[in-house]
Design a protein around this ligand. Structure first.
Ligand code: FAD
Length: 503
């Protein structure tokens, strides 16, 4: 066992006999394992996959998650993985001109390969000495005498079961008492992650890998996210488009690069040529789930965490980070409620997290709607407000989930206890307590917007000054261009496999 890294604090409740079983060793389950370890509990993780491969592509880890991972000794590894560009650009679909520039930390955080982040989380949990049983699927859950039954038939008893078993969660059925079927969201993504050398020598697209960068091309009902990591060694694109095909959600369904290119064949050749050179891609149908009525089983001893409770759209860039916050909050709730009050701890966890997560989920829909609509139906000469195409995620990053839980736990616990007494021990569902603004994405003030825009402008200038701006004689349009004054996009209609552009 490698020695523990001394960057993080010591476990808080030494010697407390409290056993946590975590089902699923994704980013959510592993973050929960770190949080529970630092709370001082005995933790055991079961994962059905025998050996993880470097699966998926780019994923964001926000400051809100990084702050927690720092305390758990994992952040240094993660910072090395992420995209080093300080800013990202939103560009016009046709010319590639910049419409808006935004700090990367305000929109998605550290963007890197999911597999690399996953590996770093995994290594840290191993360093902490938490056992991860790979190739060990959980077959069933008992929520009354909390335990899980493994494929082998072995029953593992514990004080609480955390279902961090992802979008196709089996634990969710135990919690809800019914199967929560996904609905088509009407959108899909083609996703590719490839070696930067694939495009490095291309005169049109090579500029995308001359250093870390992130660009987003927006058009009517389609957008392309492009991400360059590890100083140009890794190159990634994701194209989101309308698609109603009824194919189950899967992270490994192969796609056809030609189909992806056909959606944007008239777009900026800087990105389209790069797509054409990419050897393969995946086709991911984005499904939608209504917010769950609850994340906590009747006994309170089986709880959902991460994607099993609240999957996020890629445009929210918060799926992993919210899973990390979940683990932090649940660990503190268990600590403050005490080991004899697991149900109360679980209900407070749900109440503290529910409304925030609903809003982080909604940011994904909000961003997609604004990106897909910004250039559609524009009158000639009309200007796009650059603020309208920025991701409005800045409100998410300040929260310290551990401190917030400590600050609010007792008030919320007292409220829940009073509700249980008044309702014959039946918990009030969190959604019913939320106001009419429950789906509204929080806004930052105009002054703060201006300040952040100025910081981004300065960062971009410094970044440009510090590195190669020209690649093979070609220069990207810079911030001075007025790409917000748009000619209308006449006849620009994108459907799942058909883009028509007429002058
Ligand atoms: C293969 C894959 C690729 C992904 N790629 C991207 C990406 O490119 N970009 C992005 O933004 N997000 C991606 N995601 C989603 C992202 O990782 C999650 O949104 C986020 O990390 C939170 O994940 P989670 O831990 O809650 O769930 P997951 O990451 O889905 O992890 C759940 C884990 O539970 C395990 N499990 C399920 N059932 C059982 C069982 N019965 N017994 C034991 N173990 C079980 C699964 O094998 C899995 O390892 C991907 C997820 C997966 C699984």
């Amino acid at each position: 066992m490698p020695a523990a890294i001394e960057t993080a604090h010591e476990p808080r409740l030494k010697g407390d006999k409290f056993k946590v079983v975590i089902v699923g060793a994704g980013l959510g389950g592993l973050a929960a394992a770190m949080a529970m370890h630092y709370a001082g509990y005995e933790v055991i993780v079961y994962e059905k996959i025998k050996k993880f491969l470097r699966l998926g592509d780019s994923l964001g880890v926000g400051e809100n998650a990084l702050r927690l991972l720092e305390r758990w000794g994992a952040a240094d590894k993660l910072r090395k993985i992420g995209n080093k560009s300080p800013v990202m650009h939103v560009r016009r679909w046709d010319t590639g001109e910049i419409i808006a520039t935004q700090r990367l930390m305000d929109m998605a955080g550290y963007i890197g390969h999911r597999g690399d982040y996953h590996n770093a989380f995994f290594e840290r949990v191993e360093e902490l000495g938490v056992p991860i049983h790979m190739g060990t699927a959980v077959r069933s859950f008992d929520e009354n005498s909390p335990s899980v039954t493994l494929e082998s038939g072995e029953v593992v008893e514990c004080d609480i079961v955390i279902g961090a078993d992802g979008i196709k969660s089996m634990c969710r059925e135990v919690v809800l008492g019914f199967e929560d079927k996904p609905l088509s969201s009407g959108y899909a993504c083609y996703r590719a992650y490839t070696d930067g050398s694939t495009i490095r020598d291309d005169p049109t697209s090579g500029i995308l890998v001359n250093r870390d960068q992130m660009n987003i091309w927006i058009g009517a009902d389609v957008h392309i996210v492009q991400n360059t990591c590890r100083d140009g060694q890794d190159f990634n694109w994701i194209i989101t488009h309308k698609d109603d095909a009824d194919i189950p959600e899967s992270w490994s369904q192969p796609g056809d690069v030609n189909d992806a290119v056909s959606l944007v064949s008239h777009w900026d050749p800087t990105i389209v040529n790069a797509m054409k050179l990419t050897p393969s891609c995946l086709d991911w149908k984005i499904v939608y789930r209504e917010p769950l009525p609850t994340w906590v089983s009747k006994s309170g001893k089986v709880v959902l965490l991460g994607d099993s409770a609240h999957p996020h759209l890629p445009t929210s860039a918060q799926g992993a980070s919210q899973a990390v916050e979940d683990g932090a909050t649940l660990a503190i709730c268990l600590e403050l409620a005490g080991k004899d009050n697991v149900r109360l701890a679980s209900l407070v966890y749900e109440r503290l997290r529910y409304s925030r997560v609903l809003k982080t989920q909604k940011t994904g829909e909000d961003t997609r709607r604004r990106w897909h609509g910004a250039l559609r139906d524009m009158g000639a000469g009309k200007k796009i407000d650059p603020e309208q195409v920025k991701m409005q995620n800045e409100w998410i990053y300040d929260l310290d989930a551990e401190a917030d839980t400590r600050a609010r736990f007792h008030e919320v616990a007292a409220q829940i206890q009073a509700e249980l007494e008044a309702n014959n021990d039946v918990p009030v569902l969190p959604m019913s307590l939320l106001g009419p603004d429950k789906f509204d994405v929080p806004q930052i003030s105009d002054q703060r917007r201006r300040e952040v825009a100025e910081i981004a402008r300065q960062m971009y200038e410094d970044w440009e000054a510090s590195g190669p701006k020209v690649y093979k004689g070609r220069e990207r349009p810079d911030l001075q261009s007025d790409a917000s004054a748009v000619p209308p996009i006449k006849g620009h209609v994108a459907s799942s496999h058909n883009v028509v552009v007429s002058a």
